[in-house]
Design a protein. Structure first.
Lengths: 193, 142
């Protein structure tokens, strides 16, 4: 059994609150952009995801190591929550509500009909494939961006991904940014917008 | 099913890369993007933090409200006193309530042989019965 982290290696709740309170305008903006990106394929709002992440950080449910900057820490918390919420929705077809206090509450609307599972798989599969086609179509004028997208979706990263395109580091960063910006404009809220 | 999962996983990987790009972008780039997009996300994020802060405070105060009076909180407060102060509180109470003092064993009154544990125990009992005047207790006095 592993011992829990000692208090000294983790920020206290007061320190976490102080760190978040001291964020700059661009830090807040960055966090909201991350939340929006994570909410694109989910049925919840960026503000709710952010609020839940802040709450877990403030009440100590999620603890931040002293060696970690607060922004990557909060981004990690949001990733984890978004993943949990997506899984929960897939398990149960139910409506989710966020209360005034920000806690996700679930209201079960109906019991899942297991007979529909096969149909759902087909529909989901087609939907995801259609969405990918639409994303690739955004870059019909840019073969390099399409190649980069293919690599990203195949799970390549870092130098391996960059070598796929033959771009310099700077060019690679610019292309990745271009991809993000076009997707942001085409899908400002979710993959259906 | 795995094919279905695989198709969505490809989109999940794209999302992860977009998030990484946001985290890697410079402040100047993000500010320039926000100016072009008229993005008020920064304000919305700050409001989400304010709501979260209020919510945490409300939940903490609710927890305290629901704690049965005279139980854990009372005991914890009394035990936060240093022994000398606790003994002073008990002496003050006994001085103003001689009938209670009369119930103490004579030896204890005469020789002041009450242990610290006796003193804390008596103060807790008095507090639970609501007869001990509430006084502010400094944190960490003990």
């Amino acid at each position: 059994m592993q011992p829990r982290h000692s208090g000294a290696s983790l920020l206290t709740r007061v320190e976490v609150k102080r760190s978040i309170s001291a964020l700059t305008a661009v830090d807040w903006l960055r966090l909201h952009k991350v939340a929006r990106a994570l909410c694109r394929d989910a049925a919840f709002q960026a503000d709710d995801l952010l609020q839940e992440a802040f709450q877990r950080a403030l009440d100590g449910t999620r603890q931040c190591a002293r060696t970690l900057d607060i922004i990557p820490f909060l981004a990690g918390v949001m990733r984890s929550i978004a993943s949990d919420w997506r899984k929960a929705r897939k398990r149960r077809p139910e409506m989710s509500l966020v209360t005034a206090t920000g806690r996700l509450q679930e209201v079960v609307l109906q019991v899942r009909d297991h007979g529909c599972v096969a149909d759902e798989v087909l529909v989901g599969n087609e939907e995801a494939a259609r969405l990918q086609q639409a994303i690739f179509a955004l870059f019909a004028d840019d073969a390099v961006a399409q190649s980069l997208l293919e690599g990203i979706m195949d799970g390549l990263a870092g130098a391996q991904l960059r070598s796929l395109t033959g771009l310099s580091e700077t060019e690679f960063a610019s292309k990745r940014r271009l991809i993000r910006r076009r997707i942001d404009k085409a899908y400002p809220r979710d993959w259906t917008s | 099913m795995s094919q279905n999962k695989g198709q969505w996983s490809r989109l999940d990987r794209l999302t992860e890369t977009l998030v990484d790009d946001i985290l890697a972008s410079s402040d100047a780039e993000l500010l320039a993007e926000a100016a072009v997009d008229e993005d008020n996300g920064g304000t919305l994020a700050r409001r989400a933090f304010e709501r979260a802060s209020r919510s945490v405070v409300v939940r903490r105060s609710r927890r305290n409200t629901y704690t049965p009076p005279g139980r854990r909180l009372a005991a914890a407060n009394i035990r936060a006193l240093d022994p000398k102060t606790a003994r002073g509180w008990l002496d003050a109470y006994l001085a103003s309530n001689p009938e209670t003092a009369g119930q103490l064993p004579r030896a204890a009154r005469r020789d002041n042989t009450l242990s610290d544990e006796d003193v804390y125990g008596m103060l807790e009992a008095l507090q639970q019965r609501g007869v001990l005047t509430q006084k502010p207790i400094e944190q960490g006095r003990r």
